[in-house]
Design a binder for this molecule. Structure first.
Ligand code: AMP
Length: 180
């Protein structure tokens, strides 16, 4: 089965739209026949995307280090929960299981994960896509920063184009799968 890795906050964020759109993305993946790979958290944006996928009958694989099970309210109700020893093994397994990466709004962990994914594409270590779900313009400042880095001569136009963004979850699913 084809699967997509979704990054998102362990927190809910300050606007109800963050959890709302996370749930919609989970459902959209399930509807498209795509499995969800994520960090196994049971709360926040991470919890909401998994709730959306499960409610729509989708496959959900949670990957979490043992040490984070309590702190991130790791879901114990997943049919496929992979408890791994370290953060590095978590990331490796999430990468191995997925055809691409979608980032919902989130914090430092989400930002780190999405930049790692897109820099690996930049370096040619994989050819997986990265799509930002730009809920209520959440990612506008980040995209402006990357545009600034292009203007300043640090990021090529080709690498800037690797960061795909949309506010629409169905479009995010289309973008991650790519042209037929
Ligand atoms: P946050 O966006 O900060 O709420 O974190 C979302 C998820 O990213 C959580 O499951 C964190 O455990 C995870 N995370 C935090 N730091 C890292 C990191 N350096 N690499 C991979 N995942 C991380």
């Amino acid at each position: 089965m084809s699967r997509v890795c979704v990054f998102g906050g362990a927190s809910a964020g300050s606007a109800p739209s963050y959890l709302q759109v996370a749930g919609e993305l989970g459902a959209a993946l399930a509807k498209a026949g795509l499995g969800l790979v994520y960090g196994a958290g049971g709360v926040g944006v991470m919890g909401a995307v998994s709730d959306g996928a499960l409610a729509a009958g989708g496959e959900v694989i949670g990957v979490i280090p043992e040490a984070l099970m309590a702190r991130e309210y790791g879901r114990t109700d997943l049919a496929d929960l992979r408890v791994v020893p370290t953060m590095h093994e978590r990331k490796q397994l999430m990468h191995d299981l997925s055809l691409g990466f979608i980032a919902l709004p989130g914090g430092l962990g989400t930002l780190e994960e999405l930049f790692e994914a897109v820099t690996w594409t930049q370096l040619g270590l994989h050819d997986k896509r990265v799509v930002l779900v730009n809920v209520d313009g959440f990612y506008d400042p980040l995209l402006q920063m990357v545009d600034h880095a292009v203007t300043a001569g640090f990021v090529s136009a080709a690498d800037r184009a690797l960061l795909l963004a949309t506010a629409d979850v169905d479009e995010a699913v289309r973008l991650i799968v790519g042209p037929a």
